[in-house]
Design a protein around this ligand. Structure first.
Ligand SMILES: [Zn+2]
Ligand SMILES: [Zn+2]
Length: 323
């Protein structure tokens, strides 16, 4: 499935099988998660990247063969996340912050992604996946899980955690937060009874309207929904010293708000991308929780329907293309 230009529907295309360059693996794609970032790429809210491009950055693939210099055996199941390549030499790479690499390339944006039967990926950015997860169940861990977990780490030891937008990432991270003994409150659109019920089923202590404060002040909040008005709403819902983590790659403009809402050491920060250490850490943690993913599956050629459903917020859990 090819994106020719932002704003246009993905198009089914017959492309030649990719050839693995030195250091790359040729993968047969088994499943690929669909992320809100794919919606932003499709809709032109991210302006960088290669065109045309095959999107998809939560790839579960089986190694068919490796290019020169690779060591992964054919038949190995690997996961390919959003971070697809870094230079290893810039001031961010050399200080443990490769997620901020100045020349990073991202899977399904700059590099071929997983909305395809076959793709290639740099072996250094392919990860062994925990056994005990089916292909379609493990796919959402590769972005919703990894970046959600990085966002969760940024909340430190916060006990009462608010999750704004209860989609793929929140449904994974709520389980991790509960496992860590935190209290989780789910903030959704006021009339989204289905997401609120889903959040309560997963163990959230409270679920309700995102634009009003919850029953008790939050120690931290993670905003997964791309709506800027949630930032001041989360500040108003939060206690002194709380951190508000914006975990999406794109958000509508944040409306202005009184300084008093930020006062008392409240913080607002973003989380960008992931490091390979994040991937190793989370993929080891997920089966210990254990994180169970709720997925809605689509065949490859219905990728547009999956994007529509994410845009409309009608998916329970995560959307996954299964090949
Ligand atoms: Zn770098
Ligand atoms: Zn993603």
């Amino acid at each position: 499935m090819v994106l020719d230009e932002p704003g246009r529907p993905l198009r089914a295309a017959d492309l030649p099988d990719p050839e693995p360059a030195p250091g790359q693996l040729l993968l047969r794609v088994a499943a690929c998660g669909v992320c809100r970032t794919d919606v932003h790429i499709r809709d032109g809210e991210l302006t960088t990247g290669t065109r045309p491009i095959v999107p998809g950055h939560q790839i579960v693939g089986i190694v068919e063969r490796g290019g020169a210099g690779t060591a992964t055996a054919p038949g190995t199941r690997v996961g390919v996340p959003w971070l697809g390549w870094t230079d290893g030499t810039c001031r961010f790479c050399t200080s443990g912050r490769e997620n901020l690499c100045l020349t990073a390339r991202f899977t399904g944006l700059d590099l071929p992604g997983g909305f395809a039967e076959r793709t290639v990926a740099d072996e250094r950015f392919c990860f062994p996946l925990p056994e005990g997860y089916a292909d379609l169940s493990v796919a959402p861990l590769l972005c919703a899980g990894l970046i959600g977990h990085r966002a969760l780490r940024m909340t430190g030891g916060a006990r009462r955690l608010g999750l704004y937008g209860f989609g793929a990432a929140a449904h994974v991270i709520a389980q991790v937060a509960l496992h860590q003994g935190r209290e989780v409150h789910a903030f959704t659109r006021a009339d989204d009874a289905a997401s609120q019920a889903f959040a309560r089923e997963l163990g959230c202590a409270w679920a309700g309207d995102a634009l009003a404060p919850g029953p008790e002040p939050l120690d931290a909040a993670i905003i997964f929904a791309p709506a800027g008005e949630l930032v001041p709403a989360a500040l108003r819902a939060s206690d002194r010293g709380a951190v508000i983590v914006c975990a999406g790659i794109h958000m509508s403009d944040i409306p202005s708000f009184p300084y008093a809402d930020l006062w008392e050491e409240r913080q607002i920060r973003s989380v960008a991308n992931l490091t390979r250490d994040d991937a190793r850490e989370f993929l080891a943690l997920a089966p210990r929780v254990p994180v169970r993913t709720t997925v809605t599956t689509y065949p490859l050629e219905r990728a547009e329907d999956a994007l529509d459903a994410i845009r409309a917020g009608t998916i329970e859990g995560a959307a996954v293309l299964v090949l």
